[in-house]
Design a protein around this ligand. Structure first.
Ligand SMILES: Nc1ncnc2c1ncn2[C@@H]1O[C@H](COP(=O)(O)OP(=O)(O)OP(=O)(O)O)[C@@H](O)[C@H]1O
Ligand SMILES: [Mg+2]
Length: 646
């Protein structure tokens, strides 16, 4: 099941220095080409064909998201990084030991020796140099580890998005989802890149120093531990709780900021037209302010924890100076040992400071993991059965069997709908706004599952077959035609990337787009911008129709596919529809009754129920709801389909 392949074209190819796709990108200057190609030669090529997508997540994909599990994928990096962190922590601690040795054996009393001092100095410098080299290597290793883990995570979340059902995207704001992919993932990247290794290094340093402190002087070391650790421990537990709460809050609020931002940008035309700018700014200030408050909270928690632990260190040092000084006077300790002890003590408290900072980023990363985990654990409401069969090529019999459905429990939209559409038959759904027509279409395509009853294709419950095999036989032109940023060609071949140029040309002629294409500077290679904004609504509909025409599905569902067209285009489309529908079953949802009249049968839906079914001729002669609708349609200037149909 290759998936998404070929879209956007030519992944992994060399950069061309000229571009004929109409992109504003002018190509890479020739003097840089060599360099660019060299870089590309070392990049792995992402062959689209190597990619597989299954609706059901594999056992591995279902695993709970945890940091250790993410890291475990790259054992070599983790091991190498850990070894480097350990070695660096050890090497860094040699300084005071050398100082102690140089003082006691090179400077004091009868031990004066320039040689000892010189040797100690040289070793000191060599160790300092090598520790900086080792640190460089460590940053490199953890940086690579972080970028790999984040790459995997981004893909994992994106794949998860592809699996989720429509209701998820209706309920979740796009901006919130974006923030999971941006700020949450970046937090984690930061954490893996520096956070964990620094945290480990600082923690390790503290352990190493504690050992050294005890080796230097047991009494003094015991005092240090007794004075500092209990308070530090209690304090850290408080900080852990307070900051976790704060960071989760701040994750949610940044998500709100992005959600508000994306909605405002998306709806900028409506905002401007309604003079909503001032209110919008106010609203945005509100969400940004809430985010600031959350940051202030975490900031103040850190502000209490950081300086307090610092003070703890200073007070402890003062007390130890008294205790240690007395020991020197009583000849229980050498001066060199006392100095070394204090040098270490300094290094003991320094990492506490750093640990606080790292702990912050650790907490921040943890709350991101929690949010991402929640996201990854959302189960699609439309799930594929574990042993789902592949739907064989169907004839196209669509059956709604006692179908009831509501988007939420207490508001039923469809109520016990029964309908059978024969293979090759086209059926028009008509009825007032909000009656449930689009909902019927969504159920046929399994965007949602009925609350009760069944939808069958050729007698097979569509819940029993794979979503891929189901949707590859259904062509849907939704009520709002959507185009992707890219060329018209890629948009047309969206459902079937292997389409030939000749087929594209044919589709363009069939839906009557020839005029538009010949007006465009680059023909079918013209780039349409995000959501197809550079085209008119009618043009977008025509392209969406051409897309469905090219996909050649067994069953076609057109939801108001002609609603934005002028009369002339509509006539063209109606002719196109006749060709498109040849031999296919189809559901045509139409407010324009001219379109409905072309169907074999008409189904009138009102308030979630089928109120009338019959051929156009039957319904017109019956004096029921459809006849009344048709009357009103003619009165409002609608084209009489019964007359120009000759
Ligand atoms: N995602 C949704 N969540 C909750 N309610 C919804 C959702 N989509 C539609 N509805 C409601 O379901 C009812 C039927 O909607 P539907 O889109 O099927 O109407 P329709 O017959 O296609 O109308 P129109 O002719 O305006 O397109 C409406 O009352 C609508 O408010
Ligand atoms: Mg609709």
């Amino acid at each position: 099941m290759a998936w998404g392949g070929g879209w956007g074209g030519g992944g992994g190819g060399m950069f061309a220095s000229s571009s004929n796709t109409g992109l504003p990108f002018g190509g890479i200057p020739s003097e840089l080409m060599e360099g660019a190609n060299k870089i590309l030669a070392t990049e792995p090529t992402h062959e689209p064909s190597a990619l597989e997508f299954h609706q059901r997540p594999s056992a591995k994909e279902r695993q709970r998201l945890t940091l250790p599990r993410m890291l475990r994928e790259y054992p070599a990096f983790v091991v190498l990084g850990s070894v480097l962190v350990i070695v660096i922590s050890l090497v860094m601690q040699a300084g005071p030991l050398l100082t102690e040795y140089a003082i006691n054996n090179g400077m004091m009393g009868q031990h004066r020796s320039l040689r000892v001092i010189a040797v100690c100095g040289t070793i000191y410098m060599i160790l300092a140099l090598s520790s900086s080299l080792l640190q460089r290597a460590q940053v490199d290793v953890t940086g690579r580890l972080a970028s790999r883990v984040m790459h995997d995570l981004r893909i994992r979340v994106f794949v998860h998005f592809q699996r989720l059902s429509l209701d998820f995207f209706t309920e979740e704001k796009a901006g919130v989802l974006m923030s999971r992919m941006t700020s949450d993932i970046e937090n984690l990247q930061q954490l893996i890149q520096d956070g964990i290794s620094s945290f480990a290094a600082q923690g390790l340093t503290m352990i190493v120093i504690t050992v050294i402190l005890f080796a230097t002087n047991v009494t003094l070391a015991t005092w240090t531990v007794l004075l500092v650790l209990p308070i530090l421990f209690v304090f850290s537990i408080w900080f852990h709780r307070a900051s976790e709460k704060g960071y989760l809050l701040s994750r949610d609020r940044i998500a709100n900021v992005l959600a508000d931002l994306s909605e405002s940008l998306y709806g900028i035309r409506v905002v401007t037209a309604n003079n909503r700018q001032r209110r919008n700014i106010e609203n945005h200030r509100h969400v940004v302010g809430a985010y600031r408050d959350a940051n202030n909270y975490t900031g103040s928690v850190s502000a209490i924890y950081g300086p307090s632990t610092n003070m703890l260190g200073i007070l402890g040092t003062g007390l130890l100076l008294g205790i240690g000084g007395r020991m020197v006077i009583n000849h229980q300790l050498t001066v060199g040992a006392l100095i070394a002890f204090f040098l270490y003590l300094n290094r003991f408290f320094q990492p506490i400071q750093l640990l606080v900072q790292q702990y912050n980023s650790l907490q921040q990363g943890r709350s991101s993991v929690i949010r991402l985990r929640e996201l990854l654990e959302t189960v699609p409401s439309v799930e594929e059965l574990e042993n789902a069969a592949t739907l064989p090529t169907i004839e196209g019999r669509i059956t709604f069997e006692h179908v009831s459905f509501g988007y939420n429990e207490d508001n039923m939209v469809l109520d016990d709908v029964n309908l059978e559409i024969a293979p090759g038959e086209s059926v028009a759904f008509v009825g007032p706004t909000g009656a449930g027509k689009s909902t019927m279409a969504k159920l046929a395509n399994r965007f949602y599952d009925p609350s009760s009853g069944r939808v069958l294709l050729d007698g097979v419950d569509i819940r029993d077959v794979t979503l891929h095999s189901l949707r590859s036989q259904l062509g849907v032109v939704p009520q709002e035609a959507f185009l992707f940023a890219g060329s018209i060609r890629t948009n047309l071949s969206f459902g079937r990337p292997t389409i030939t140029d000749a087929q594209i040309e044919e589709a363009i002629d069939v839906v009557g787009l020839r005029d538009l294409i010949s007006r465009l500077p680059d023909g079918v290679d013209t780039i349409v911008h995000e959501r197809g904004q550079t085209l008119s609504a009618g043009e977008r509909q025509l392209l969406a129709l051409a897309r469905a025409f090219l996909a050649r599905p067994r069953v076609l569902i057109l939801d108001e596919a002609t609603s934005s067209l002028d009369l002339q285009s509509e006539t063209v489309i109606e002719r196109a529809l006749d060709r498109l529908l040849e031999g296919r079953s189809a559901i045509l949802i139409a407010h324009r009754l001219t379109t409905a009249q072309r169907a074999n049968r008409i189904v009138v839906i009102d308030q979630g129920r089928i109120v009338e079914v019959g051929t156009p001729r039957e319904l017109l002669s019956r004096d029921g709801p459809y006849a009344a609708m048709y009357e009103a349609w003619l009165a409002s200037g609608g084209r009489d389909a019964t007359r120009d149909d000759e």
